[in-house]
Write a protein that binds this ligand. Structure first.
Ligand code: SF4
Length: 252
């Protein structure tokens, strides 16, 4: 039986409603997930994600790591879509769900909860009961990269998955880039899909809000520990971007 966007990442909520080439929307999304999870296109990332899953880290040594690419997570009817960089070695690569099980995710999901996009502030594993409402989370690269730095070639290899996923989110109105890399990936993907157009590449900044017809592009500093420890990004700054995303999505 085909699974919903949240069930395939460990939750359960809405049915797929997207459209793709050939087959029903459900088949298309289910097929996309199957292709992503089976993907071994980037030898360096495949080797890294699997090596980390084997060696683990001390505090999670008793857990079985996911060790595969990560699919998108959230409400498939979402108007608000977050685009991040890539899963963390001991976060998403361990738990099998975007941003789940690491400090960035703790910040992110707390802010989503406090702004009404999530049903709980915590995200510790795929069976933790987390549900997103009107929000979907994806990434520009699906495998954990060493030092969180994918190569240009790895970005290019993974890009078709982002394009296909965004094209299936038919209610999409507001895209929030998490960090410069997520923002740039979102902007170029939306342009390639014909959803927005620009001559000069949009410049990333925290709190930036650009409108392209009915599509809005927002940016926030990434909730990485580097940013949160140094207070470059505070909880209120992150909530403020999500509040703006919510009010913008509601606007006609
Ligand atoms: S990063 Fe993307 S393209 Fe590369 S192996 Fe992982 S899923 Fe495949």
């Amino acid at each position: 039986m085909l699974k919903t966007a949240q069930e395939r990442s460990g939750g359960g909520q809405r049915p797929y409603i997207g459209f793709g080439k050939g087959g029903s929307p459900e088949e298309t999304l289910a097929g996309l997930d199957v292709r992503i999870i089976a993907c071994r296109h980037c030898p360096r990332l495949v080797a890294w994600r699997e090596a980390v899953a084997q060696s683990k880290t001390r505090r999670f040594r008793d857990q079985e790591y996911w060790g595969k690419p990560i699919v998108g997570f959230g409400d498939f009817d979402a108007r608000v879509v977050l685009v991040g960089l890539a899963p963390a070695a001991h976060g998403g690569n361990r738990t099998g769900r975007m941003f789940t099980g690491d400090e960035s995710g703790n910040w992110l999901f707390r802010a989503l909860y406090e702004t009404g996009f999530a049903n709980q502030p915590e995200s510790i594993g795929r069976a933790d009961g987390l549900r997103l409402k009107d929000c979907y989370i994806t990434a520009s690269v699906r495998c954990a990269p060493p030092q969180n730095k994918p190569t240009k070639e790895e970005f290019a290899n993974c890009r078709p998955y982002l394009l296909e996923e965004l094209s299936l989110l038919k209610n999409l109105r507001v895209v929030v880039g998490l960090g410069k890399i997520g923002f740039d990936a979102a902007a170029s993907a939306l342009k390639e899909l014909g959803l927005i157009d620009y001559r000069k590449k949009p410049k990333f900044g925290h709190g930036i809000h650009l409108r392209f017809g009915k599509i809005h592009l927002l940016g926030t500093y990434h909730p990485s520990q580097q940013n949160t420890f140094t207070k470059k990004l505070t909880r209120e700054m992150l909530r403020s971007v999500f509040r703006k995303a919510r009010s913008t999505a509601r606007r006609k």
